[in-house]
Design a protein around this ligand. Structure first.
Ligand code: SF4
Length: 229
């Protein structure tokens, strides 16, 4: 089926959607204004007319720290993109939230199945093969620390631990793309997580490695027969 993301974006805008993650995009007589949702376009913001400026805006947080996950709610404030048309808007939104427009279009078409965590860790190899051993409790704790929408990541989960085990360490709203992950959002385009990302898998590895090895109790039954005298 044909995928035209610019056309899809125009349709979403005609539905009244005005926000993605921490970013507002507002149609005007001259194109679009794009800015952080906590900023007002009438404030004294750093203006840009090149949609590629969004790439530089997204790269680091307000303290200059690199943002490894662009969906972490730490997008810096203080900028304003004045864009002439929807093509430029698409370029900017894809720079701010890479691959997220395409994911939502796939989701709308029923073409974005979630991949459960046991399947993701089950196919890890090399230094990450150890993540196959992550227990449900370890996984739930790591997910709560890294995927929470308050300071971890604004994506909605489309996956669980396994088909019958939900991620009970996060609120149920985390698995519903129709619920905004940021309170007070304008009608929005959801950010979707179809599978645990590499960063989360790396955190599982760290968690497993820091858990001390517990030897079996001294009076445990021997696992092998003693040698003959
Ligand atoms: S696993 Fe998904 S929700 Fe969690 S941090 Fe990675 S991208 Fe975000």
């Amino acid at each position: 089926m044909k995928r035209d993301l610019t056309q899809a974006l125009a349709r979403w805008i005609s539905q009244g959607r005005r926000q993605i993650g921490e970013v507002l995009f507002l149609p005007t007589d001259h194109g679009f204004l794009v800015h952080h949702h906590l900023d007002s376009p009438s404030a004294d913001l750093e203006p840009h007319t090149d949609p590629n400026a969004a790439r530089r805006i997204a790269v680091a947080d307000a303290s200059g720290e690199f943002r490894p996950i662009k969906t972490t709610p730490n997008l810096r404030r203080g900028w304003l993109l004045k864009l002439p048309d929807i093509t430029a808007l698409r370029t900017a939104l894809e720079a701010l939230y890479p691959a997220m427009l395409g994911s939502f279009l796939s989701f709308e078409r029923g073409e974005l199945p979630g991949v459960h965590l046991r399947e993701t860790v089950g196919r890890q190899s090399g230094m990450y093969a150890i993540t196959k051993k992550v227990t449900d409790n370890q996984a739930l704790a790591v997910i709560a620390r890294n995927c929470n929408s308050e300071h971890g990541c604004l994506k909605a989960h489309l996956w669980q631990i396994d088909p019958t085990t939900p991620v009970s360490s996060l609120p149920a709203s985390k698995t519903d793309p129709s619920i905004p992950q940021l309170p007070g959002s304008a009608p929005f385009l959801p950010l979707l997580c179809a599978e645990a990302c590499n960063l989360l898998v790396a955190k599982f590895r760290e968690e497993i490695k820091k858990t001390p090895y517990t030897p079996p109790p001294a009076d445990a039954a021997p696992t092998a027969a003693p040698p003959h005298p």
